[in-house]
Design a protein around this ligand. Structure first.
Ligand code: DSN
Length: 415
């Protein structure tokens, strides 16, 4: 029993050490995976709280377990803040993560086997947007749109053409590797013209939307899903937002349709993150994410990197490394050695495999959260270039690592 009061260090020194090492890695490297971020201490505190101890199947005021007064207060505040952030009529804050949230939305809105139109993963979509290895591609009949070969932009005329031919019941927008702003109004118009429901998975850009850096989905889109841990800078998890018309179906699909007890510690942390995102400082943060990405993109172009779509409007940059004679896998590994964390990624019309694609995806949300600005982006671009130009020269890569450690140590995120 006494173990309940012991610290992690006393109870499990191995895990304590692993986490300490991970904190060191996060502090002394450049985290540039565009879907990652650093949460505040307040979010961490809520995540590590006694909220985890409570079962509360159901919704505020309608639980299947007693003792939920405080949990109701937490969930109601999370809902209120989520609705305010996204201008939404309804919010369900219980989804455990992005893929379950998408599954719950499909379950709420469709019958198994119905037609959906979504973005091809190889052009920037997501596994849950209809890939054949994923539940989405197995349970529903997907058709897919992509980007144009010449400018790598979504071709809305093509989306309309496919929609008119296929007559999907749902049209899905949103992406994980698309560096340009998405026109949710246009997507909704296409959906309405063919009698489809419009849904957007805004996981990557939620933080930009709630700060008005990118346009809002509402009042256009019918149903919106988002993870809470990317540009929104909250805990790992997701939410579903929708028009009132779909509220009952969405709630039923989340619980009892797919989930049991909500993760109340996570929901408390979501509420904290939403509260932070409602503050003016968060808008400045979101503006800076995009400023940083643009400077980084321009600098990389000067080093003759080929950027998909020629630049960025958001937090991410997708680079085709073919002209550098380096593969995505090689680049990811070499940059890792220099403490710069990125991920290998397919580029549109890639001729290579997803295991060793032609590109890498990099992003600015996490480094911006640490306080890096335009001036530092110039250095970061130079470091990336030095690594790629010296892909087989370990000595030179380790020299870059020294510079990365020096830069990072000026912006310690967790002490
Ligand atoms: N894993 C996320 C990303 O990196 O974009 C998508 O779910």
């Amino acid at each position: 029993m006494i173990m309940i009061k012991n610290t992690l260090k006393e109870t499990d020194p191995q895990i304590y050490d692993f986490l300490k090492n991970e904190k060191h890695r996060q502090n002394f490297g450049l985290e540039m995976i565009p879907s990652e971020n650093f949460v505040s201490k307040a979010v961490l505190e809520a995540l590590g709280s006694i909220g985890t101890n409570k079962y509360s199947e159901g919704y505020p005021g309608k639980r299947y377990y007693g003792g939920n007064k405080n949990i109701d207060d937490i969930e109601l505040l999370a809902i209120e803040r989520a609705k305010k952030l996204f201008n939404a009529e309804h919010a369900n804050v219980q989804p455990l993560s992005g893929s379950p949230a998408n599954m719950q939305a499909y379950f709420a809105l469709l019958e198994l086997g119905d037609k959906i139109l979504g973005m091809n993963l190889a052009h920037g979509g997501h596994l849950t947007h209809g890939h054949p290895v994923n539940f989405s591609g197995k349970f529903y009949k997907f058709s897919q749109y992509g980007v144009r070969e010449d400018d790598h932009r979504i071709d809305y005329d093509e989306v309309r053409k496919i929609a008119e031919k296929e007559k999907p019941k749902l049209i899905l927008s949103g992406a994980t590797a698309y560096p340009r702003e998405i026109d949710f109004k246009e997507f909704d118009e296409i959906a309405k013209d063919v009698g489809a429901i419009s849904m957007a998975d805004v996981s990557h850009i939620a933080g930009l939307i709630v700060s008005d850096v990118h346009k809002h989905c509402f009042p256009y889109t019918d149903v919106v899903t988002t993870t809470t841990h990317k540009t929104l800078r909250g805990p790992r998890g997701a939410i579903i937002l929708c028009k009132e018309k779909y509220a009952k179906a969405i709630d039923k699909a989340v619980f009892p349709g797919m989930q049991g007890g909500p993760h109340n510690h996570t929901n408390a942390a979501k509420a904290v993150a939403f509260g932070e995102a409602l503050r003016p400082e968060f808008k400045n943060y979101a503006v800076q994410i995009v400023k940083n990405a643009k400077v980084l993109a321009d600098e990389l172009i000067d080093y003759d990197f080929k950027l998909i779509s020629g630049g960025t409007d958001n937090h991410l940059i997708l680079i085709d490394l073919t002209n550098k004679n380096v593969t995505g896998k090689q680049a990811e590994a070499a940059l890792d050695e220099a403490n710069i964390t990125v991920n290998k990624n397919m580029v549109p019309f890639d001729k290579r495999s997803p295991f060793d694609p032609s590109g890498i995806r990099i992003g600015t949300p996490a480094i911006t959260a640490r306080g890096l600005k335009e001036q530092e982006m110039v250095d970061v671009a130079a470091y990336i270039n030095e690594v790629i130009e010296n892909i087989d020269n370990r000595e030179k890569i380790l020299k870059v690592k020294e510079k990365v450690v020096e830069l990072s140590s000026r912006f310690i995120i967790y002490d």
